[in-house]
Write a protein that binds this ligand. Structure first.
Ligand SMILES: Nc1nc2c(ncn2[C@@H]2O[C@H](COP(=O)(O)OP(=O)(O)OP(=O)(O)O)[C@@H](O)[C@H]2O)c(=O)[nH]1
Length: 396
């Protein structure tokens, strides 16, 4: 379920928004044609900004792609390349598609690192392969047709690497759904759209839209980096203090802590501890009553209930405590390390190993004039009392 939610957020939603925006742009084309002169300048500003931001936030793949698109657009507008090179548009198009595919498989690395050499080399290699492929298809057309058991048209043979690239980028994005990978997939789609449907939307508009997608990707990604806890996906302590700025005078704060977690880690190992933290966090995230959940640090979590006093949040916290106490967590083996036979054996075993944990909770409400930190300290002291009284319970 969470994998599906993850894919919706990072894959389907950005694709839908892009398709909708491009559709809207095309539909309203007549209304903005009068600004075409200014629109022609837009890709320069937006792509330069996207490159600068991508570099600032270490999204080097987007920086490379934005720079290459900028060069491509500059050439289209001002004919920078010698005409002998520009005339091979099919090869340039195929080379571009191959470059986008390569970048979907690269990792984001610093620009001033040996990895940059590989990236630059791969750009030339992609163009070389594209030119080579089209040259080969053209010159050995008769031999290929004679030897091939299938009667494939010249167009199909020429576009074969393009289909393969499309499949690879799509698989990569589905395999590792994140905003940067989806942006690279969208770059691929727009690149192909531009070639297949010339004149539908001007290049300036397509590239401006793409630059905006890059900018959003970098900003949203950086937001998640700053305000989300990487392990559990919950909001981080920084996000908690951001919320504090908008809290009114009345609220309750709960501190939650997993019981005997050190012993748990010592018994099952840190990796299993991480798995359990994730699953327990997912249970906490379902708290009712308008509670907002944060990972405070380590195995400690905080829930803030705006506009609620202690009495009205106890039941909601009790539900969370019970749901975690009753939760039988099935331990996942590291599948990558197991052979196929071992996997089959494991799948046949019905008695999978399960573990369970409990949590203690301390809760306090804001009393007149208290700061957030003072209320949080009261909740922490209540948590300490819950631990002292035997754990797996709530104290106020
Ligand atoms: N696996 C894992 N363990 C963590 C993480 N953060 C903190 N811990 C562990 O959580 C444990 C916290 O232990 P303690 O603070 O001694 O408390 P406790 O063992 O839970 O005991 P009580 O709180 O008194 O019930 C330490 O062993 C930490 O290493 C994490 O991100 N992953």
């Amino acid at each position: 379920m969470s994998a599906f939610y993850h894919r919706c957020r990072y894959f389907f939603l950005p694709l839908l928004v892009t398709a909708f925006s491009l559709g809207l742009l095309q539909f309203t084309q007549a209304n903005w044609q009068i600004w075409q002169g200014s629109i022609n300048q837009l890709p320069f500003w937006l792509l330069v900004t996207a490159t600068a931001l991508a570099l600032q936030f270490n999204r080097s793949r987007l920086a490379y792609l934005a720079t290459l698109l900028l060069l491509f657009y500059a050439d289209k507008q001002h004919h920078l390349l010698p005409s002998s090179l520009s005339s091979y548009t099919e090869a340039n198009f195929l080379g571009g598609a191959m470059i986008i595919t390569c970048f979907s498989f690269f990792k984001d690395r610093g620009l001033l690192s040996p990895h940059s050499l590989v990236r630059v080399f791969s750009i030339f290699l992609c163009f070389g392969m594209a030119y080579g492929w089209l040259w080969g298809i053209e010159h050995f057309q008769a031999e290929i047709t004679a030897k091939s058991p299938l009667s494939l048209s010249f167009q199909f043979q020429a576009a074969l690497p393009l289909y393969l690239c499309g499949l690879l980028v799509l698989t990569r994005t589905l395999w590792q759904a994140n905003l940067v990978n989806t942006s690279i997939l969208i770059t691929f789609v727009i690149w192909v759209l531009y070639d297949l449907t010339p004149g539908q939307l001007p290049l300036s508009v397509l590239l401006s839209a793409l630059a905006v997608i890059f900018l959003f990707t970098i900003l949203i990604d950086s937001y998640f980096l700053a305000y989300r806890d990487e392990l559990t996906g919950l909001a981080s302590r920084r996000a908690l203090y951001n919320l504090v700025l908008s809290l009114g005078r009345k609220y309750s704060v709960a501190m939650l802590d997993i019981d005997h977690f050190k012993k748990f880690n010592d018994t099952y190992g840190h990796d299993v501890g991480d798995q359990v933290l994730k699953l327990v966090a997912a249970k906490m995230a379902r708290v009712s009553g308008g509670g907002k959940v944060f990972r405070y640090g380590g195995e400690e979590f905080t829930i803030v209930f705006p506009r609620k006093d202690t009495d009205s949040v106890i039941d909601h916290l009790e539900d969370v405590r019970e749901s975690i106490e009753e939760y039988r967590i099935v331990l996942r083996d590291d599948k990558r390390k197991r052979s196929t036979k071992a996997k089959r054996n494991a799948a046949n075993k019905s008695n999978k190993k399960t573990v369970s944990v409990t949590i203690s909770i301390g809760v306090a409400e804001r009393l007149g004039g208290e700061t957030f930190d003072q209320t949080l300290k009261q909740a922490d002291e209540a948590l300490y009392r819950a631990k002292k009284k035997g754990r797996n319970q709530i104290c106020t």
